[in-house]
Design a protein around this ligand. Structure first.
Ligand SMILES: *Cc1c(COP(=O)(O)O)cnc(C)c1O
Length: 396
């Protein structure tokens, strides 16, 4: 039986859960407790970036755990140093200083604090549709009213502007604003790719008005979109970049990469985190970066991503319930005319895991190691699922 859901006795009802109990994973495949195999286009919400149980990550964790698992930032550690050196090789050279934390929301909290300290201003411009996490600070710049409404008051001074119109940002500027925060591609809201020159225009507005520009690359970063950083698609470099999700091969890590003058504005003790920069996560982070670089996972995201997207476009041609296909690299979405719940549950029966993104958008975040064969199989299954959904809804 794959559906042992006894966990529900102990945990809060906070997640849309699927009736499946996973016990094993390798690459882009996971298995449930009964041994049934699934193609994983859920990818742990993007965490399984270099594949489940990546060999390099396994070896790194095993070796590091023999030596040292925890080590506070108040003392030095060479595994951490090696991770920082690797990270600096792949990140924009301007963002040369790093703050470690343990999750996406924490990396956003850190970015908001650093920017407020540096600019001395509390006002933030965030995007309509933006998602940055659910702790109080991150939630304050997250748009969705469903997440926000029971938790007011949130941080004051946040203004939301449309994710496609730079002049609306200029209109919203006043003396209180010090920061602009944006996802280079909106993930949670449905893989929304911004207009061609949007990020460049925002960069320019920030430069002209001395605003700190934060890019949330928690979902888009590390090769996901077919570039190491999604911002490279538009040749734009932020002042602060937030990372988390897949950066440590599945172990918790958040990173806030900053221009040095921004992080240097923070004084001793003004921010910290107990688990920050722990050697176990750092060792897995080293293995993750090695895997991305040496196995050319960015190239695979381009190549296999384009096969995947073309296949989705073909599904759109053949199925009237498909409204739109979006995304770059291996960050893709299929927007339908209806709620996708039945399709997702049906997918599980057919051996395919997919993600929600709003009630009618299927989000696909497979590990970057996924190959063409599995993508073609995924497309076959999706074809079948869409046909069945059309029958259920009587759409021809
Ligand atoms: C997942 C995500 C977050 C939040 O990360 P958590 O680790 O869940 O706190 C923030 N921003 C983006 C773009 C994300 O995809």
């Amino acid at each position: 039986m794959s559906e042992d859901m006894s966990e529900d006795i102990y945990v809060g009802n906070l997640y849309q859960r699927f009736p499946i109990n996973i016990s094993k994973g390798k690459g882009a495949i996971v298995w449930d407790v009964s041994g049934k195999e699934y193609i994983d286009c859920m990818g742990g919400y993007g965490v399984a970036l270099v594949g489940h149980c990546n060999d390099r990550v396994i070896t790194a964790i095993k070796n590091q755990s023999d030596n040292l698992i925890t080590c506070h930032m108040s003392v030095y550690n060479n595994t951490r140093l090696k991770f920082l050196q690797k990270m600096s090789k792949i990140s924009p050279k301007e963002l040369s200083k790093v703050f470690f934390s343990n999750s996406g929301a924490e990396s956003i909290e850190s970015a908001l604090k650093f920017s407020r300290k540096y600019t001395g201003k509390k006002g933030v411009i965030a995007m309509i549709g933006g998602y940055h996490g659910k702790t109080f600070g991150a939630l304050s710049v997250t748009y969705n009213e469903k997440y926000r409404k029971s938790f007011q008051p949130l941080l004051e001074g946040v203004k939301f502007v449309p994710y496609n119109n730079p002049s609306k940002i200029e209109d919203s500027l006043d003396n209180s604003i010090g920061t602009v925060i944006i996802e280079p591609i909106q993930g949670e809201t449905g893989i929304i790719v911004p207009p061609e020159d949007f990020l460049q225009k925002i960069r320019k507005i920030c430069d002209q008005n001395n605003l700190v520009l934060i890019f949330d690359e928690i979902q888009t970063g590390l090769g996901r979109t077919g570039k190491m950083w999604a911002s490279e698609h538009w040749s734009t470099i932020p002042d602060i970049m937030c990372l988390a999700k897949g950066i440590a091969g599945g172990l918790p890590m958040g990173l806030t990469l900053c221009k040095p003058e921004i992080l240097d504005a923070m004084k001793l003790g003004e921010h910290s985190s107990t688990f920050a920069g722990n050697p176990l996560s750092c060792s897995a982070g080293i293995a993750t970066i090695d895997s991305i670089v040496e196995e050319n996972l960015v190239g695979n995201a381009i190549k296999v991503g384009s096969i995947f997207k073309n296949g989705l476009l073909e599904l759109k041609e053949n199925h009237r319930i498909v409204r739109d296909v979006r995304g770059l690299g291996l960050m893709l979405a299929l927007e339908l005319r209806f709620d996708i719940k039945d399709i997702l549950f049906d997918g599980i029966k057919e051996g395919l895991l997919m993600l929600y993104s709003g009630r009618n958008i299927i989000r696909l975040l497979p590990p970057l190691v996924i190959d063409e064969v599995k993508v073609l199989k995924t497309l076959d299954i999706m074809d079948k699922l869409l046909t069945r959904e059309e029958e259920r809804r009587n759409v021809k």
